[in-house]
Ligand binder design. Sequence first.
Ligand SMILES: Nc1nc(=O)c(N)c(NC[C@H](O)[C@H](O)[C@H](O)COP(=O)(O)O)[nH]1
Ligand SMILES: [Zn+2]
Length: 196
Amino acid sequence: TTSPHVPYIRKCLSLAEQSPPRPTNFRVGALLISRKDDDPAMADDRILSTGYTMELAGNTHAEQCCFANYAAVHQVAEEAVPDVLPVEPGRKLVMYVTMEPCGKRLSGNAPCVQRITRTREGGRAGIQKVFFGVKEPETFVGESEGCKVLTAAGIEWEHVSGLEKEILTVATAGHENGEEEVRTALGDKETNIDDI
Ligand SMILES: Nc1nc(=O)c(N)c(NC[C@H](O)[C@H](O)[C@H](O)COP(=O)(O)O)[nH]1
Ligand SMILES: [Zn+2]
C-alpha cells in the first residue's frame, strides 16, 4: 500500500515543476500544513503556504519561499516567520518537501534546516515534522546533513517513498547530465562486472 503522504509529496512535485531549471541547484517544491492531532485521515489539514525553488527573486529555495510567502501574507520579514506561525491547541505544524531540506548550501546562504529549526526557538512548538520524497543527492554538498540537523533539533522527519524517480528527474532538469545523476542517486549503479 502506498503511504497516505504520497498525495502531499505529489502536490510538492507539481510545485517543483514550476521552478526554472538551473544547473546550480535542484527544483524542489514545499508545503506548510497545519494538522489536527490524532487525525490519521488528515481530513482536517490546512495548507498554510506553498513554495518552489526560485519562486521568489534571488537564489531562493522552495522551503525559503514557502516561509517567505507566509511572512508576506502576515506582513513580516521571512526571518520573523516564527513569530507569526499559528499556535493552536490540538494542532501541529508539519512540512512536506520533495527533497530533504538542505543542511548546507554552496552559495553559503542560510540552509533550509536552519529556517525550519528556528521555528522552535523560544520554546515554541514550531514545525514538528518534515516529510520528504528523496534524500538530497551528493551532487553539490556530498553526504546530506539535513536529517541530522532536524533530529538534533527534536524535529521528526520521514522519507515518503514511491516518487523518487519523478522527484529527481524534475529536480535535475537543468543539469548537464541529469539522467546520469538520477541513476546514481537511485542507486542503479552501473551494471557491475559479475552481473554480466
Ligand atoms: N531542499 C532543497 N530545496 C531547494 O529549493 C534547493 N534548490 C535545494 N538544493 C540543495 C543544493 O545543495 C543547493 O542548491 C546547492 O548547494 C547550491 O546552493 P544554492 O542553492 O546556490 O544556495 N534543496
Ligand atoms: Zn534549502
